[in-house]
Design a protein around this ligand. Structure first.
Ligand SMILES: [Zn+2]
Length: 290
């Protein structure tokens, strides 16, 4: 996890924990799906599948455009999913702030931007990015109790430029092609979302639920646990000394002669005690305490 400038960048594996710790103070019931179109895999300078441009340069570039060209008060989106699967949180547009994603549709929404241009004949999404997208939406549905369907997880393309919901992506009526006419290698229609994206989120959500439930020990785990118990017992046995060590003999001799105020011996058991016992009485004896 790395914070720099106006963004917090984390790995997919860090996202769920981070999200669970966030205190959400506004009511959220919709998750928007966008692609950035620009920046994209070309501006990220991909070389053998790895972007050569620093992720923060890309993120701040987007923010600069939103703030200085669009004159918005902050980065438009709440979060961004990079081509390598890392997740960037906009610190100037945290989850408790309404995003600037779809005109008249931002209240109660989270805006998520996917880095890339997923219109036909453009970028081909990396596997890492796809896995992170599915994971991020599943985690948000889990945290915010959002139903996994196309009423609550919405593509930008399903709205007109004034923010009226259409029944589907409709060229000529839709404000944009966003998140791309070839996203998931399928397209941006409601039917393709119901075929690929929505079931993938449901499956991931199911996996997350099973992850948190305490499972009974498997046979292998039980075996490992029994071995561990045996090791601890063996360590305990080893610390017991069957014979009095030579260095402790003078202290034992002295203690053996001592009686308490009722005339009983102060030391009853002299053999089979721990090494710590013999060490301590030796130190006390050498210090002249008895
Ligand atoms: Zn969009």
């Amino acid at each position: 996890m790395k914070q720099q400038g106006h963004f917090l960048l984390m790995n997919r594996s860090e996202f769920r924990d981070w999200l669970q710790k966030q205190k959400i103070t506004r009511s959220i019931n919709k998750l928007q799906v966008h692609h950035t179109a620009s920046p994209n895999y070309a501006t990220r300078k991909m070389k053998n599948g790895v972007a050569q441009q620093d992720p923060f340069t890309c993120l701040e570039g987007m923010r600069n455009y939103h703030v200085y060209t669009n004159k918005w008060r902050a980065t438009g989106q709440n979060m961004t999913i990079m081509e390598d699967g890392r997740v960037a949180i906009s610190l100037d547009r945290d989850l408790n702030q309404t995003p600037a994603g779809i005109t008249n549709q931002n209240h109660g929404s989270i805006c998520i931007e996917i880095i890339g241009n997923f219109d036909k004949n453009n970028d081909v999404m990396t596997n890492e990015q796809q896995q992170s997208i599915v994971h991020v939406y599943a985690c948000l549905c889990e945290k915010l109790s959002i139903p996994v369907n196309t009423s609550h997880i919405v593509y930008h393309a399903w709205f007109t430029s004034s923010g009226i919901r259409l029944s589907d992506y409709t060229p000529g009526k839709s404000s944009k092609t966003c998140p791309g006419t070839n996203i998931w290698g399928q397209g941006n229609t409601v039917a393709t979302a119901n075929k690929g994206f929505i079931p993938a989120i449901k499956q991931e959500l199911e996996r997350l639920k099973n992850e948190t439930v305490d499972q009974p020990m498997t046979a292998n785990e039980k075996k490992a646990f029994e071995e561990l118990k045996e090791q601890v017992a063996s360590l305990n046995r080893k610390s017991i000394m069957q014979d009095i060590p030579d260095y402790a003999q003078p202290a034992i001799d002295a203690l053996s002669k001592m009686k308490d105020k009722n005339g009983n011996p102060v030391l009853n058991t002299i053999n089979g005690r721990s090494k710590d016992f013999y060490d301590i009485i030796t130190v006390l004896f050498r210090a002249g305490l008895f």
